[in-house]
Design a protein around this ligand. Structure first.
Ligand code: ADP
Length: 207
């Protein structure tokens, strides 16, 4: 929530390995809104062996995108939960034009729209380096050489172009994602503050 008690609807976008998951959690916490990360939701369904998990497991393990229809329905359900009534931070959705259109339609039907899109900019080499490090540390089974290349190719082909649409709407905050975790966090909060988007009270991340 913001200083005025108003709602805040944010999206964080960046290539794999840009640190968007980590930064997204910090931003969502500061604003008191849920972080809605489609990749996390899919992975926990796979781990829990749910019906959804069984449907998406092979897709995720190959690094391809889950069909838009299924993903958009999942997000609509999640954003309809009471805890998202005053806002949310989306991470990993929308990821292509079809999903962007689905999200627009859903938000429009509720008289809502995105307030800002945080774009984390990280060069490809750095992004690949961080993914290899994460593969060693976390052992995510979609962090192999071949699958990383597939996910980055999909990002460049399908996800990067949707930023142009949000840029035309004037809501993209471009953030240099190279630097320490704290440096990048500070840049994000500064860019949001420039747009009049402020958390309720100072937190460890903003103080
Ligand atoms: P990364 O950004 O590192 O690829 P994520 O955790 O965001 O990791 O996503 C992991 C996987 O989950 C993706 O490779 C894809 O298979 C699936 N996924 C996540 N978000 C979406 C989405 N919006 N649309 C389709 N598939 C998705």
């Amino acid at each position: 929530m913001t200083a005025s008690g108003a709602s805040v609807r944010l999206l964080i976008v960046g290539p794999q390995g840009s640190g968007k998951g980590t930064q997204g959690v910090l931003v969502a916490q500061a604003f008191g809104v849920p972080q809605v990360a489609t990749g996390d939701i899919f992975r926990s369904n796979v781990a829990g062996g749910t019906e959804l998990g069984k449907r998406v497991q092979a897709i995720i393990e190959s690094g391809d995108l889950v069909p838009d229809e299924l993903t958009s329905e999942l997000v609509r359900d999640r954003l309809s939960q009471p805890d998202a009534a005053r806002g949310f931070l989306l991470d990993g959705y929308p990821r292509n034009q079809g999903q962007l259109d689905d999200l627009d339609e859903f938000l429009r039907s509720r008289g809502e729209s995105l307030d800002a899109v945080i774009e984390l900019i990280v060069p490809r080499d750095e992004s690949i380096r961080r993914l290899h490090q994460r593969a060693v540390e976390q052992g995510r089974n979609d962090d192999t050489e071949e699958i990383i290349a597939n996910r980055l190719a999909i990002y460049e082909r399908e996800t990067a172009p949707i930023l142009g649409i949000y840029r035309d709407r004037g809501i993209v905050a471009e953030i240099d994602g190279v630097g320490s975790l704290d440096e990048v966090t500070a840049r994000i909060f500064a860019a949001l503050a420039d747009r009049g988007i402020l958390p309720d009270a100072p937190t460890a991340a903003t103080a």
